[in-house]
Ligand binder design. Structure first.
Ligand SMILES: Cc1ncc(COP(=O)(O)O)c(C=O)c1O
Length: 324
């Protein structure tokens, strides 16, 4: 932690972390990788400050709580067109692109491929032609292969599949740099960050270092394709069990279900507490759903292996036998 960010030691840590991420995601050379601060939530403002001209308009897709937060924040800086919303589907399904009202002159299209709280995930990439596609991949980055060239910009808060909180990874196509509004703070200007190798000021060196270790670990696992196969099995194990059970349910349209965040309910919510107490006694932690939606949620990020999912399913079956 005492290492200067300008030292050779740290610069080599930072450079290796970036290269490993480039290898893992096969990031084309015309994209910059930035390591920023402020969490994904700061990006909700930073995106319009950099990419939305004063009299311009941006398209946003609403599929849940995080997309709505992005919409609310962007609306402070310019015109936001909500081109599609999952509201008519009670946020249990993603509207097909044939239902979207995209604006051909939009500065960009923003969406959240995985809604962490609702458990709704795109298994397809929207087609936006020449309009840059901006994606909040905070909770699904590195979970399975993705074609970076389809995106203008991808951003992800680190604290799910990357590393500790305090750092945000931003993958941005070079032609989108240098468009910041005049009132954009220097610290939030993507071009300033890019020109300074994400070191305009002191970066979160420890979080950067630890993220680099996670990238190394992921490479040892066989990379994103290999972890994607494991994630496919993990989510299928859990959803298949839920669908076959009489006690647990997940309301999300089958093709729009999240691989990383599996929300589920018990048939009687008076069983929630005993379920959680029993789970905790077995070392199955953090299963309580987000306070805004209740119920349960199993977040099965890359660090959760199949044995943990099997242990959860075994406990759920046991609990159902007792209380179902
Ligand atoms: C999809 C998504 N976007 C944004 C955020 C906000 O991230 P942060 O707390 O880093 O601002 C989260 C956090 O859980 C998230 O899951």
């Amino acid at each position: 932690m005492e290492m200067s960010h300008r030292s050779d030691e740290f610069v080599s840590i930072a450079t290796k972390a970036e290269q490993d991420l480039r290898d893992l995601l096969d990031i084309p050379s015309n994209y910059k990788v930035l390591f920023l601060q402020g969490g994904a939530s700061q990006q909700f403002a930073q995106i319009p400050l950099n990419l939305l001209p004063e009299n311009g308009s941006a398209d946003y897709i609403d599929t849940g709580i995080w997309s709505q937060k992005a919409i609310e924040e962007a609306s402070r800086y310019g015109h936001v067109n909500v081109a599609a919303t999952a509201k008519p589907y009670d946020y249990f399904a993603i509207p097909g692109q044939n239902e979207w009202q995209l604006n051909r002159d939009a500065a960009y299209v923003h969406y959240a491929p995985n809604e962490t709280i609702g458990g709704l995930e795109f298994n397809w990439v929207p087609e936006t032609g020449d309009v840059p596609l901006v994606a909040d991949m905070s909770s699904d980055i590195l979970s399975r292969p993705v074609d970076i060239s389809r995106f203008g910009m991808i951003y992800a808060g680190a604290q799910k599949n990357i590393g500790p909180s305090g750092i945000v990874v931003n993958i941005i196509r070079e032609d989108l740099l240098g468009r910041a509004r005049s009132l954009c703070p220097t610290m939030l200007d993507y071009k300033v960050a890019a020109d300074n190798g994400s070191m305009y000021n002191t970066p979160p060196t420890l979080a950067w270092y630890l993220s680099g270790l996670v990238f190394e670990w992921l490479k040892e696992q066989g990379g994103v394709a290999a972890i994607g196969k494991l994630n496919e099995v993990k989510q299928r194990t859990l959803y298949d069990f839920i669908d076959a059970s009489g006690l647990y349910s997940n309301p999300i349209n089958k093709t729009d279900r999240s691989w990383m965040n599996v929300p589920f309910r018990l048939a009687d919510d008076r069983l929630d507490k005993p379920f959680l107490v029993g789970a905790e006694a077995r070392g199955l932690l953090n299963l309580k759903g987000h306070r805004s939606v209740g119920g349960m949620r199993a977040s099965i990020y890359n660090a959760v292996d199949i044995h943990a999912v099997n242990a959860l399913v075994a406990y759920m079956a046991e609990f159902e036998k007792e209380h179902g």
